[in-house]
Design a protein around this ligand. Sequence first.
Ligand SMILES: NC(=O)c1ccc[n+]([C@@H]2O[C@H](COP(=O)([O-])OP(=O)(O)OC[C@H]3O[C@@H](n4cnc5c(N)ncnc54)[C@H](OP(=O)(O)O)[C@@H]3O)[C@@H](O)[C@H]2O)c1
Length: 302
Amino acid sequence: MRATTSVRVAGLFGLAALAVVGLGMTPASAPDDPAADRKVALITGSTSGLGEALALDLAAEGWHVIVHGRNVERGEAVVEAIEAGGSGSAVFLPADFASLDEVRGLADQVRSQVDRLDLLVSNAGIWRPAEEGRLESEDGHELHFQVNYLAGYLLVEELLDLMEASAPSRIVKVSSVAQAPMDFDDVMLEQEYTDFHAYSQSKLAQIFHAMDLAERLEGTGVVPVSVHPATIMDTRLVEERGMAPRTSVDEGVEAVLAVALGDDVVAGAYYRGLERAEPHAQALDPEAREALRALSRELTGR
Ligand SMILES: NC(=O)c1ccc[n+]([C@@H]2O[C@H](COP(=O)([O-])OP(=O)(O)OC[C@H]3O[C@@H](n4cnc5c(N)ncnc54)[C@H](OP(=O)(O)O)[C@@H]3O)[C@@H](O)[C@H]2O)c1
């Protein structure tokens, strides 16, 4: 297959150049559209680790995969591996989730490239080492809160129409067993910061979002869920923290694919691996859920 590389400038919101590197990808409306007649998945954070493995697995089953991350070299390599596999197709769309404008730009690019979206896996995530201290996004929000949760919230809001039009479709939030309650007087952790709390509250926020979406989307055929993939998998996130892996990425892939493709999935539920589980008790507090909803609307305008 011919490899093409194109670079486009996203005009909206005064974005800096947003490189779109597509290998063999043409717009969805073109007659030789490789995405035509394929199911389409957007997997955020698929330039490495769990996301990459999910992208390769889905493509091997014939899906068209939108690969996402920041690292162009790794993104291109994933697309090339998919193209070489010969079953699926792929395109790489880079966007830094530390910028909400880049999240909006990613959604615009998705809408311009495909006319359906069967699966959105909100997987991009960070857990920065303690010694880096508290970090902020370009938008001035605590970095884990934005990259792990708020960017995924906004991306779903931006793509919900497409997902409803593509129903039955699924939204999978890759969360974690590491969950901590949010203090809505200090969600940005300006008063007290630890990297573990920052990571864990962002992972609980993802679970809140799947629960809220399930209520809003009842009857639409769009099913949102959250899942803890596996504990301390052999990924870059784990390696960069100097932890010894305890599980393999394959285990995480199995858990995510079970909720992404399985039959008996309950909308809004949280799964720990292959089993349905109870999330942190704050997820059952309607006031906390409303507080996060209101904050997310305020911060994203959606
Ligand atoms: N590893 C585990 O044991 C474990 C356990 C439970 C849950 N999880 C969750 O699994 C998910 C995947 O993690 P992983 O372990 O596979 O880690 P990983 O290999 O480090 O992958 C993280 C992915 O997120 C992307 N990413 C990071 N920062 C980003 C940003 N600012 N903007 C856009 N994309 C960004 C990375 O791409 P670029 O570097 O190209 O930007 C990469 O593709 C995370 O949500 C994590 O919380 C992991």
